[in-house]
Ligand binder design. Structure first.
Ligand SMILES: Cc1cc2nc3c(=O)[nH]c(=O)nc-3n(C[C@H](O)[C@H](O)[C@H](O)COP(=O)(O)OP(=O)(O)OC[C@H]3O[C@@H](n4cnc5c(N)ncnc54)[C@H](O)[C@@H]3O)c2cc1C
Ligand SMILES: NC(=O)c1ccc[n+]([C@@H]2O[C@H](COP(=O)([O-])OP(=O)(O)OC[C@H]3O[C@@H](n4cnc5c(N)ncnc54)[C@H](OP(=O)(O)O)[C@@H]3O)[C@@H](O)[C@H]2O)c1
Length: 253
């Protein structure tokens, strides 16, 4: 049974209809590693305070541990929890568990020259947290982040990520791709197809090879499966403590 902490929404940023970031203040959440997730939950209206009734799901924390914690969330229209989270406004309450969990962290990612971070949709969240710390910048010569979404309006965190081009010159590449519309700011196509065609490596001026790269994959499970297959064909395998490899992944469903 998790230990639940009361939390209050201090900020809500809507990137597009149904795509949002909430910042919460919650006392009692223990320090966690960037990339880990916490359970967010709400009480059903008729069962306020009944812990056993809390409707909860895991969410990657999009910020390092601190007084306030950030979560990047998409509304799944028929979902149990996200319509309730989407309806919350600044000042509203929710609950969060007190301990981070998960191994989708830099501590569980192998060393390499290049760190490739692939995300679909809200799978960007853990990378936002990691890049706000010094750890990846100290460990990897080059970091390439590839964010695949349906439409240009779903490209959240662009300003923050783009800033790393200036603050980390020569060390950072941001590649955004859209699957459902054309745009001048992003590539067109699904991430695995863009890797297979060589477009991602050309655009980032960075090779994705077994000897040069560590790879993190987060978000849509079908993207993870396609990418794993593609990377396997390049001789890359999942990284495990007993059998080192190159790939670390987080499945959102
Ligand atoms: C480790 C972990 C971390 C996660 N972190 C995040 C996060 O940072 N942000 C976030 O938005 N979600 C995240 N999720 C997904 C989240 O836990 C919920 O599954 C999601 O918010 C839907 O909850 P729901 O109750 O509204 O839908 P449910 O009633 O649980 O319906 C779930 C169905 O919705 C679909 N679905 C679930 N999540 C997504 C998604 N993100 N995008 C598209 N379709 C989805 C799937 O088809 C799934 O079967 C994470 C999941 C895991 C396992
Ligand atoms: N603005 C929003 O993002 C938004 C707002 C409100 C509600 N929603 C709802 O939220 C849910 C999730 O939507 P989402 O767009 O965040 O997530 P998603 O459906 O996982 O799509 C994100 C990206 O992943 C791609 N993708 C899907 N399967 C793939 C595969 N096998 N390989 C590689 N890439 C793949 C999608 O391409 P394709 O386009 O080709 O599928 C899309 O570019 C949906 O129920 C949606 O209706 C989304």
């Amino acid at each position: 049974m998790p230990t639940w902490c009361d939390a209050t929404i201090t900020k809500k940023k809507v990137w597009a209809d149904g795509l949002f970031t909430i910042t919460i203040k919650a006392d009692g959440v223990q320090p966690f590693e960037e990339g880990q997730f916490l359970q967010l939950g709400v009480y059903p209206k008729d069962q306020i305070g009944v812990q056993a009734a809390i409707i909860n799901r895991p969410y990657s924390v999009a910020s390092p541990h601190g007084d306030e914690l950030e979560f990047f969330i998409v509304l799944v229209p028929d979902g149990d929890l996200t319509p309730k989270l989407w309806a919350l406004e600044v000042g509203d309450g929710l609950v969060v568990n007190d301990r981070g969990a998960g191994r989708f962290t830099l501590a569980h990612t192998p060393d390499a020259d290049h760190l490739w971070l692939f995300a679909t949709g809200t799978g960007l969240a853990p990378y936002v947290a990691m890049l706000r710390t010094e750890t990846p910048w100290e460990r990897y010569k080059k970091i390439v982040i590839v964010h695949g979404v349906r439409r240009e309006s779903d490209l959240a965190y662009t300003e923050e990520l783009s800033n790393y081009r200036t603050t980390r010159p020569g060390q950072f590449e941001l590649i955004q791709s859209l699957t459902r519309e054309q745009s001048k700011v992003a590539m067109r196509g699904r991430i695995p197809a863009l890797l297979a065609s060589g477009q991602l490596e050309t655009a980032s001026h960075c090779l994705l090879t077994k000897d040069s790269s560590a790879v993190m994959l987060c978000g849509n499970p079908a993207m993870l499966d396609s990418m794993e297959e593609l990377l396997n064909s390049r001789g890359m395998v999942k990284h495990r403590s007993k059998t080192p490899g190159q790939i670390v992944l987080e499945r959102y469903w």
